[in-house]
Design a protein around this ligand. Structure first.
Ligand code: GLY
Length: 357
């Protein structure tokens, strides 16, 4: 195997490998075959990604001995629902996939979440692999086994945990992303830098990320993997990944999900960083640095929605436990902590961090 491929083991039960490198979609068959015996592979992808990458993925899988079928759903967050999920399940049944076969999720977060969910409930669970094609899915959703669809009442409300059998991340897909999608992924990676890795954070303090994208993806996945290995089912440590997400999810909800996830997380991260500083919860001031780096990467550092509207929207947050919610607080760049607050305090916390510097 060429030495341009980086591999990161994720030591869950069972363990799997994340492959990172250029040109990997054209080699996905051999990489997937290192994890799964050749079988029937149902590729699930969206209408945009299918045009760009489906044929090379099908060809590579066939060359490696897999028998391939493909299901294409309409691109867009609106597709991440029970109706599209049911079409994917009917497709798997129509194709008579068995328990020794697999699903191949080719696309961004919507595709990975939905195809993973379908794999987890079809025949009570078959294997799947992730081929992320966006920066956001490469640095976050393709690893860790969270799968879900949206319900009318909110995002990701129905889903299950199922670790993939392999993740193949072709860096070439990430080089050609539209600026908005790239910024979305950058927000989650900057968040990881603030959480755990000052060196990663510093990589975003430049005008051109292109040369560093492979390193950014690898550092984010290695950190996420280290948390998932210790807290696969999101009961404790893994929740630190939610830095910026309480306000972020509230912004998404208030906007009727017109604000993209990464952009909402960037604004949420800015709000909690300013609030933590104003309330004396930080070890070193870091909010200004965070906001500067977010802006440099074309991301917002504030929101039009009031602290009251955000606090109200946060009542529906999955992270709430009764009357309390655990907030992730930046202590300084590279170190964070948890602080459990009552939901009644949220409005004043958001108010403390709401004004942009
Ligand atoms: N995206 C956060 C997690 O996977 O836990």
């Amino acid at each position: 195997m060429a030495n341009t491929i980086q591999t990161i083991p994720i030591k869950t039960q069972p363990e799997y490998t994340v492959f990172i490198g250029p040109g990997l979609l054209g080699r996905c068959g051999e990489l997937i075959a290192s994890a799964l015996a050749p079988c029937r592979a149902a590729v699930v992808t969206d209408s945009n990604v299918a045009k760009l990458y489906l044929s090379q993925v099908e060809e590579s899988l066939r060359l490696a001995g897999f028998a391939v079928c493909a299901h294409i759903f309409p691109a867009g967050e609106e597709s991440k629902n029970l109706s599209t999920l049911s079409q994917v399940l009917e497709f798997l049944a129509e194709e008579q996939l068995t328990r020794s076969d697999c699903v191949v999720a080719l696309g961004g977060g919507v595709c990975g979440d939905m195809a993973g969910f379908a794999a987890g409930c079809y025949l009570r669970g078959i294997k799947y692999v992730q081929l992320p094609t966006t920066l956001l899915s490469a640095v976050d959703s393709s690893v860790g086994g969270k799968t879900a669809v949206d319900l009318r009442h909110g995002k990701n409300l129905a889903g299950l945990f199922l670790q993939p059998s392999a993740v193949v991340c072709d860096m070439d897909c990430l080089k050609t992303l539209p600026p908005l999608e790239r910024a979305d992924g950058a927000a989650e990676a900057i968040k990881t830098g603030v959480l755990s890795d000052e060196g990663l954070f510093a990589l975003f303090d430049t005008d051109d990320l292109t040369g560093d994208l492979g390193e950014i993806v690898a550092r984010c996945i290695a950190f996420k993997g280290s948390l998932v290995e210790r807290d696969e089912l999101d009961n404790g440590l893994r929740r630190t990944l939610n830095l910026g997400h309480t306000a972020g999810h509230a912004i998404e909800k208030c906007s009727g999900y017109t604000v993209h996830h990464g952009h909402a997380v960037a604004a949420g991260l800015s709000i909690i960083a300013r609030a933590a500083e104003a309330l004396g919860w930080t070890e070193e001031p870091c909010a200004k640095r965070i906001c500067t780096v977010l802006r440099r990467n074309c991301l917002p550092t504030g929101t039009e929605y009031s602290p009251r509207a955000l606090a109200h929207a946060a009542l529906a947050d999955k992270k709430r436990r009764g009357g309390e919610i655990a907030l992730v607080i930046p202590r300084r760049i590279g170190t964070c902590g948890m602080k459990t607050v009552s939901v009644g305090e949220l409005e004043s916390i958001f108010a403390a961090g709401w004004e942009e510097f």
